[in-house]
Design a binder for this molecule. Structure first.
Ligand code: NDP
Length: 245
């Protein structure tokens, strides 16, 4: 069996719910084994894992707070020691805490930067060298339209999501010669627990397609970037936003 066929596991952070779950299921249907991840919602992570197994692929669950560098390192190093280097990583776990900057608490700023931006470092750091040694692989980072355009009421989230685009592009440069692609996906307004009625009413009129997106529509872009067909695409940002950018 070739190395690729033997060990095509993809870690999808934040795959207990929402976009991450849709990505995990789509990748399982495309033939990948999945390392499902959540912060604390193990019941939902178990549901994702059960759906992956129904699709005929193997699933295991990692549970840690992406803000906790030591916990992330331990969990990922243990998982790689047991199952080998990941074929791919989808850095998807994230939160928002919206409000004007004037009205922010310090924690509104810190928690979003720690989760959405530091979380990228905390997850990717233990993944990189094992992938680089294999000289193949894929990384997809979940940014946002907010990180491209800057959104009122989201200085924290826009900063983190713009930072992720910079980090993904820089990492793409570092890993290109190792055969590892690194790209970002930038969703617009997608129907998950994250969006509020206020978001929907404010943003919907600005979307040329006049509708919100489905998690499966984001998953389709990630699945393409993970596929063999996307082998020459790196350092790119793909909006999935109904024309919002
Ligand atoms: P959800 O709120 O539906 O799901 C968030 C997921 O991230 C859950 O699996 C959650 O785990 C996990 N998570 C959150 N915080 C942490 C943490 N500190 N440590 C570990 N895991 C954590 O969000 P979405 O599916 O909507 O969002 C997924 C990604 O897509 C995010 O990065 C988001 O910023 C981005 N995005 C979403 C858009 C949208 O409109 N929905 C638009 C643009 C980007 P648990 O279940 O255990 O809490």
């Amino acid at each position: 069996m070739s190395d690729n066929a033997e060990n095509r596991t993809i870690l999808v952070t934040g795959s207990s719910r929402g976009i991450g779950r849709a990505i995990a299921l789509r990748l399982a249907r495309d033939g990948f084994d999945i390392a499902v991840h959540c912060r604390s919602n193990l019941a939902e992570a178990e549901k994702t894992a059960a759906l992956i197994r129904e699709a005929g692929r193997s699933a295991r669950i990692l549970s840690f707070d992406v803000c906790d560098r030591d916990a992330a390192r331990r969990a990922i190093e243990d998982d790689i020691a047991a199952g080998g280097a990941y074929w791919g990583v989808v850095v998807n776990a994230g939160i928002n805490r919206d409000g004007t900057m004037a009205a922010f608490s310090d924690d509104d700023w810190d928690s979003v930067l720690r989760t959405d931006l530091d979380g990228f470092y905390n997850v990717m750091k233990p993944c990189i060298m094992p992938m680089a040694r294999k000289r193949r692989g894929r990384v997809v980072v979940m940014s946002s339209v907010s990180g491209i355009v800057g959104t009122r009421g989201q200085t924290n989230y826009s900063a983190a999501k713009a930072g992720l685009i910079g980090a993904a592009k820089a990492l793409a440069m570092e890993l290109a010669s190792r055969g590892i692609t690194v790209n970002a996906v930038a969703p617009g307004l997608i129907e998950t627990d994250m969006i509020t009625e206020e978001n929907r009413e404010r943003i919907l009129p600005l979307i040329p397609m006049r509708r919100t997106g489905r998690p499966e529509e984001v998953a389709a872009a990630v699945a393409f970037l993970m596929s063999d067909a996307a082998s020459y695409i790196t350092r790119a940002v793909i909006p999935v936003a109904g024309g919002l950018v």
